[in-house]
Design a protein around this ligand. Sequence first.
Ligand SMILES: NC(=O)c1ccc[n+]([C@@H]2O[C@H](COP(=O)([O-])OP(=O)(O)OC[C@H]3O[C@@H](n4cnc5c(N)ncnc54)[C@H](OP(=O)(O)O)[C@@H]3O)[C@@H](O)[C@H]2O)c1
Length: 241
Amino acid sequence: LVVGGTRGLGRALVRLLSKEGREVSVLGKRAPEASEKLDGVKHWSVDLLDSASLSRALDEVQKRAPVSELALLQRFKGAEDWSAELDTSVTATKRIIESLSPSMPEGGSIVLVGSIIAELVADSTPVGYHVAKAALHHMARFYAAKLGPRGVRVNAVSAATFLKDESKDFYLKNKELLDLYRRMIPLGRMGTADEIAEAAAFLLGPRSSFITGQVLTVDGGLTIQSQEALARKLVPVETKK
Ligand SMILES: NC(=O)c1ccc[n+]([C@@H]2O[C@H](COP(=O)([O-])OP(=O)(O)OC[C@H]3O[C@@H](n4cnc5c(N)ncnc54)[C@H](OP(=O)(O)O)[C@@H]3O)[C@@H](O)[C@H]2O)c1
C-alpha cells in the first residue's frame, strides 16, 4: 500500500513496484487520470483527514489483499495550517499503522518518508512541516521497537529536495538554481524522485531484512558538510595569512 501514491515521489514508487510485478494499492485524494493507470495498481480516492472514509478505504484495501508492505509519503498541500499539516502527516500515519499492522505478516515492512528538515531549519518552510517530519522519524523508531517482536520492520527515508515530474521543468529551466545545487551537494546534482523511491523500495523489501528503526538519509551528501564548510564553498573567502 502506498499512501500518497498519486503524485511526485509516491507515483515514482508505485511505478517502480508495478514494474517489479507487485500488486499495489494506492491511497490519494484525487482520482488518477486514465493515462496514469498501471498494471496491478488499484487506487482509492480518500481524504486522509476524514477518519471514517479512511477506515472504510483501509478495510477495502485489506479485502483486496492483506498489506505486507506499507509506504507513507503523503504531503499536506495548502496554506500554512498547523493542525492540517500534523493531521495529514502524523495523525493519519499513526491511524494507518495502527489499523494495518496487527494483520501484517511476519517479514512485513513499513517505510515513512521524512525529510532533512526533521533535523535542520529552513525558515521559509512552515514550523508544522518541521515538527511533522521530526515526529515521523521518531515514529519510525517507536513502531520499530513495538512491532519488531512480530517480525515487522519500520524505517524512514530522509530526503532533501528532489526533482519530480511536477517540479522538474521549474528546476531544469533555472540554471542559477541548478548551479547552486551542483555546488552545494557533494554528488554535484539534485536527486530524483526515482532515486528516493529506490531507497524506499530497498527498505520495504527483503534485502533490508535486518534493518529496522533507522532513518536513511538520501541527499547526495548535502547534510554531511558543516555549515561553515558549505558557506565557504558557496562564498570563497581568502584565508591565507
Ligand atoms: N518534494 C521534495 O523535494 C521533498 C523533499 C523532502 C521530502 N519530501 C517528502 O517526500 C514525500 C513526497 O513528497 P512529494 O513532493 O512527492 O509530494 P506531492 O507530490 O505533493 O504528493 C503528495 C501526495 O500526498 C497525497 N495527499 C496529500 N494530502 C492528502 C489527503 N488529505 N488525503 C489523501 N491524500 C493526500 C496527494 O494526493 P493527491 O494527488 O490526491 O493530491 C499526493 O499523492 C512527502 O512526505 C514529502 O514531505 C519531499
